[in-house]
Design a protein around this ligand. Structure first.
Ligand code: AKB
Length: 318
């Protein structure tokens, strides 16, 4: 049985990934690593062990890895794209200095490592339509710079030291549990909160701006399946394009309006978010993930919208 450490276990993806991993591998085999001020609560706290584990603190990570005999690390610590533009040095410290810690500890303790990349690893001169797996990656955001570096460093540790590094490039992740903080794709989560509360939504992204998105259950499935994949089939490693839906603001608005006919949306475009969004792919080609480890998403926009509108009220309208 795997012994897993999730670094960033109380964040947007970490909080749900830790629970999904515990359901598969057993609560005691999945350690929730968190930072002071972001302590686990409720089911996350009660369903398995948790440890303070700041990605920038190599000593703390080593202690946790040794104490729990960890063999797999999910390293989810990062600042999202908009926040990283305001704090570029901190974004580098968490994203890259932190990654060095994780990769070195993985090398010494023979751990496999998953450190996600993102659609943010692409830039304005990347082909935007059916963005290939292997293509130009010249992002102009600090988030993108850290994500390209993450991909390169992770591949380097695999090729040079045999560390089993694998990852995916996440689209914008949409979930009804933990909200994201400071990303360019956050509008596609926020819009559901407004719809459920019966409030008018002001969209910060311009009509017609396409971005890849994914529903959390598919993002979790991808994160788990890639680490379970048969290594002899993997031609790529860091990191695979995964796609499930791509839409512009007016399309998600229409998808929600189908079930909430009174819902209203207006635009007030945020120049920073818009320039980042325009530099990212419209839609990625995920055929390498489909061929090398059988990636296949379950949710499209309509299925996700039905599930969000069913589950979100149970959490936020108590
Ligand atoms: C962001 O918008 O910064 C993230 C991402 C696409 O990586 N959600």
């Amino acid at each position: 049985m795997k012994k897993i450490l999730v670094i960033g276990a109380t964040g947007q993806i970490g909080s749900e990934l830790t629970m999904a991993l515990r359901n598969i591998y057993g609560g005691q085999n999945v350690v929730a690593g968190y930072i002071t001020g972001a302590e686990p609560k409720g089911d996350l706290l009660e369903s398995g062990p948790s440890e303070i584990c700041d990605v920038t603190d190599a000593v703390a990570i080593t202690e946790v890895v040794k104490k729990h005999n960890i063999d797999t690390i999910y390293n989810l610590a990062a600042l999202l794209s908009v926040v990283a533009e305001g704090k570029p040095k901190l974004a580098w410290k968490i994203g890259i200095d932190g990654l060095w810690n994780v990769l070195e500890i993985a090398r010494e303790n023979k751990c496999a490592v998953f450190t996600p990349s993102s659609i943010g690893s692409f830039g304005p001169n990347t082909p935007h339509y059916m963005t290939p797996q292997d293509t130009i990656q010249r992002p102009r955001t600090m988030y993108g710079v850290t994500k390209v570096t993450t991909e390169l460093l992770s591949d380097y540790y695999f090729l040079k030291y045999g560390v089993d590094t694998r990852a995916v490039r996440f689209p914008g992740v949409i979930s009804n549990v933990t909200p994201p903080g400071g990303g360019t794709t956050d509008y596609a989560v926020d819009i559901y909160y407004y719809a459920v509360r019966g409030e008018k939504f002001t969209c910060p992204i311009k009509e017609g701006t396409l971005m890849d998105m994914i529903y959390m259950p598919d993002a979790l499935k991808a994160s788990i399946d890639i680490m379970e994949a048969d290594p002899s089939r993997l031609i790529h490693r860091n990191a695979f394009n995964i796609a499930s839906m791509s839409f512009a603001p007016e399309t998600i608005y229409a998808a929600i309006k189908k079930y909430k006919p009174d819902f209203e949306m207006v635009y007030d475009v945020d120049p920073l978010k818009q320039s980042i969004a325009e530099s990212w792919p419209d839609i990625m080609d995920d055929s390498c993930a489909r061929n090398e480890w059988d990636w296949k998403p379950v949710y499209d926009l309509d299925a996700m919208t039905r599930d969000m509108l069913e589950k979100l009220p149970l959490r936020i309208l108590k």
